[in-house]
Design a protein around this ligand. Sequence first.
Ligand code: NAD
Length: 495
Amino acid sequence: MHHVKQLINGEFVDSKTDQWIDLTDPATQQVIAKVPQTTDDEINEAVAAAKEAFKTWRKTPITTRARIFLTYQALIREHMDELAELLTSEQGKTIADARGDVFRGLEVVEHAAGIANLQMGDFVENVATGVDTYSIWQPLGVCAGITPFNFPAMIPLWMYPMAIATGNTFILKPSEQNPMVTLRLVELALEAGVPKGVLNVVHGGKATVDAICDHPDIKAVSFVGSTNVGHHVYDRASKAGKRVQCMMGAKNHAVILPDANKEQCLNQLAGAAFGAAGQRCMALSVVVLVGEAGNWVDEIKAKAESLVVAAGKDDKDLGPLISPQAKERVERLIQSGVDEGATLLLDGRGISVEGYENGNFVGPTIFDNVTTDMQIYSQEIFGPVLCIMRAKSLDEAIEIINANPNGNGTAIFTQSGAAAHKFQQDIDVGQVGINLPIPVPLPMFSFSGSRASKLGDLGPYGKQAVQFYTQTKTVTARWFDDEASKGKVNTTISM
Ligand code: NAD
């Protein structure tokens, strides 16, 4: 049985723990590896290694740091097929989607290779006679990242490339449900030249997360995961004096106006609602049909029915959910929708995939006549379940979305520039798609979820990540020439 290793001070090592978590293939339930619950001593070793490595890494030329990421992006490209296959085996998503998972992370690595253009401070000459002021963006020290199961490549890559490129050292705690592809990416980072101690990996669940939040030598924590855990991490790590950012749960609405390009918009809606079995923080899980678009329900259902559920490696449309517990929860929420009076148009429960009878499969599921008081609306289902609501006008649709506490993503489908512009302006959600269903920004921007979907001011990649992983030091300097040296004692605050 494969035992997942930890990375401490440049060495991939076995844990001395006696607590191991089973890592199962979501399509079969077969245990494919054991994940250690890293011990407290091992966490301390990893942090000590990162603290020591920081002494030299922070002074390593920015161009040297940048070049490592140039090599790294090439290595990731070279290993794309292997990475996607490994990701699918432990996460369950289709191979095509797994490649997307790696690719969206790769884009952040490419961005990190441009760090010298991003980590530039400010300079003002002659703030007083002969006096210059400049600010420098210095790394914080040891930083840490805690990641969820749903994007085991992209989300770790949101974190450590930007943290390391800016001169920090890093402790990564991947999801205990699928850390193997993450670890393979980390191996490639070392191959690209990340020095020993600069990047470390520890494993486990709550105990490891709490140890990271509490550790006095960790300066900042980036978290991506569910809302409850995000609040816990934010409170605990903030209390310990750390800088913290948490990207959390969602309930993303699509608005369809009757003038939308119907075929395009329904294809995109189905892909974003059911793709990855709905296990995306940017999945479109509610659609608000405006006016005449309310008559498109049969076509939405037909799109959903056309999708093929299969093991991820067979690369059809959607794979299994991550675990039997996740499947049980999604099915329980579907039942709550029935009990609370929504109309179940398509029921994905109880489906069986030939050859994978033990897989955690739930097929595309659609509810019509959903109201905001139902659990299927108030909770993030994180499964392939689409809730249909109706509105008489765009204003009413905007009101529904703004009244929902979450603010991760939303999309509008319309051919009207004026309607799209109004939506973009009035909607209180961090990431807005216009005729585009999953508007995750590329890293020249930042991930910008808002309201209940985010804690902390700065996003996990892009320009905001450069700020998150650095602190500003402002230097005011005067160099005396012979003439200026003849001054007198100055007892005021003026320069
Ligand atoms: P999760 O919150 O269960 O786990 C996230 C991390 O927290 C994991 O590393 C896990 O080990 C750890 N953890 C779990 N329970 C914990 C506890 N009680 N105390 C301390 N740490 C704990 O999330 P998940 O199920 O892996 O991922 C799905 C969730 O992540 C969804 O809510 C999804 O919306 C969210 N997500 C958000 C974004 C975003 O950018 N906003 C992106 C991806 C996923």
